[in-house]
Design a protein around this ligand. Structure first.
Ligand code: ADP
Ligand code: MG
Length: 169
């Protein structure tokens, strides 16, 4: 995995195989606080669910995690923090508000946890702070992931520096 830092809150990295994608999710799960919102973008097969599987593992979720393509939302509550996994693939933009995705990141009607949304480009309303992750196929290096931390956060993405020790270039 190789990293290019563009600023403290924006990182590009290459995920050479699915284990690396999972590892990225795992490390995010170790560092992100309750209330975090992860917006995942990338075509079918880009690795969005794989990343969330790693995230779930690091939260201590043992239940298998798969894309909630038909159920739209899966809630996992057995881990250190709840994981709310949404997949908007089957929804048109105008249908998205009907599932009230904001209840998950606002954490008032549900226990605050980590909300991870696949096909998040279909959201019509977003939180004012979130981590955006864009996954793109890369012919030579598996996937390219671009992470952007937007809005006010108590953290930056420096904790991903530890991934540099596993650099494969
Ligand atoms: N970095 C990677 N390099 C190669 N294959 C990957 C990588 N990350 C994930 N994959 C594989 O891509 C396939 C699709 O992944 P998935 O997470 O289901 O994608 P999505 O949820 O974006 O549709 C899986 O077989 C997964 O193992
Ligand atoms: Mg998926």
């Amino acid at each position: 995995m190789s990293l290019n830092f563009m600023s403290s809150c924006s990182i590009d990295l290459f995920l050479t195989d699915s284990h690396r994608t999972e590892q990225l999710g795992y490390i995010l799960g170790q560092h992100l606080p309750a209330g975090s919102l992860i917006l995942l973008q990338g075509e079918l097969g880009a690795g969005k669910t794989t990343l969330i599987q790693g995230l779930g593992k690091s939260l201590g979720i043992t239940e298998p995690i798969s894309s909630p393509t038909f159920t739209l939302v899966n809630e996992y509550t057995e881990g250190r923090l709840p994981l709310y996994h949404l997949d908007l693939y089957r929804l048109e933009k105008e249908q998205v508000s009907t599932i009230c995705p904001e209840i998950y990141w606002e954490g008032e009607e549900v226990v605050p946890g980590i909300t991870a949304i696949e096909w998040s480009e279909r959201l019509t309303y977003k939180s004012d702070r979130y981590l955006e992750i864009n996954l793109v196929h890369n012919a030579k290096r598996g996937r390219q992931a671009t992470l952007n931390l937007l809005g006010k956060h108590d953290l930056n993405l420096d904790f991903l520096l530890c991934l540099a020790s596993t650099t494969v270039d």
